[in-house]
Ligand binder design. Sequence first.
Ligand code: HEC
Length: 107
Amino acid sequence: MKTLKLMTLTTVVAMLVAGFALISAAARAGNEQDFDAAATYKAKCVACHGAAAEKKFDATIADADLMQIVLKGKKGEKPPFMPAYEEKGINEEQAKALVAHMKSLKK
Ligand code: HEC
């Protein structure tokens, strides 16, 4: 009888833990979808690239390369250089969204 109760309790705790893990995973996924490229661009990129992405942005470079530059940075001839945003918490999806946003500004 006692073991049965203990097992039930363990099951309930395990289910709670699993449920919580699911909810927090869903919340994280939700945050990624909420990523606002326009707001991020205004906050972090506009100072160097300009309101219409008119500065230091060559839109003829392939998207995949532009995305890598956002993630890994790029050293030009003299500073200020393009910072690497991967280490600042920008992921591939977000880099892609930022590049798309910059292209839309340029048009
Ligand atoms: C400190 C200034 C600075 C900031 C801030 C900055 N960049 Fe850059 N970015 C540069 C420079 C410099 C280059 C390289 C230009 C060159 O010499 O080709 C560059 C290059 C790029 C490129 C490749 C295009 C090209 O012509 O080389 C992309 C895409 C880009 N930046 C996106 C971003 C995004 C997105 C942000 C914000 C998350 C950002 N940059 C913030 C300075 C900056």
